[in-house]
Design a protein around this ligand. Structure first.
Ligand SMILES: [Zn+2]
Length: 144
């Protein structure tokens, strides 16, 4: 596996997010319930009050997600907030945390307070405002 991720660590990360109501949205599980490879992406389904946002070539608002950054020497877990890929400061997504994962010492529980905030903000967010921001310029700048 790339970047020193062990299946046990991957399973631990997966179980941690699923336990918080996140879902594996990219990749699938092997017979042991472990994502098949580290190129996995977990998303926070209850974001936007649980509304489903249809995919539109990647311009749709995103719910929080988490992925392993496999480009660094040591694998890192990156969590990104809900929002737009391009948006005003209020609505742009940003990476809020990078947690270095070392074999057997993932310390995932330290993420709980940060995730509480990200999830709560995402549940309360109105995706219509994000869509307006995205399509009409930063917060509807072209509104008139
Ligand atoms: Zn905005």
């Amino acid at each position: 596996m790339a970047a020193g991720i062990f299946p046990a660590d991957l399973k631990q990360v997966h179980d941690f997010f699923v336990g918080r109501g996140w879902r594996l949205i990219y990749n699938d599980l092997d017979e042991e319930g472990v994502p098949r490879n580290p190129e996995a992406l977990w998303g926070y389904a209850p974001g936007y009050g649980g509304a489903t946002i249809n995919s539109l070539d990647g311009v749709e608002p995103s719910k929080p997600d988490a992925a392993l950054n496999l480009e660094s020497d040591k694998p890192e877990l990156e969590i990104t907030t809900a929002g737009n890929e391009n948006g005003c400061p209020q609505h742009a997504r940003h990476v809020v945390i990078s947690l270095e994962l070392t074999a057997g010492t993932t310390e995932l529980d330290s993420l709980n307070p940060v995730l509480d905030e990200i999830e709560s903000a995402a549940r309360a967010m109105n995706p219509r405002e994000l869509i307006e921001c995205r399509f009409f310029g930063a917060c509807g700048a072209s509104r008139g």
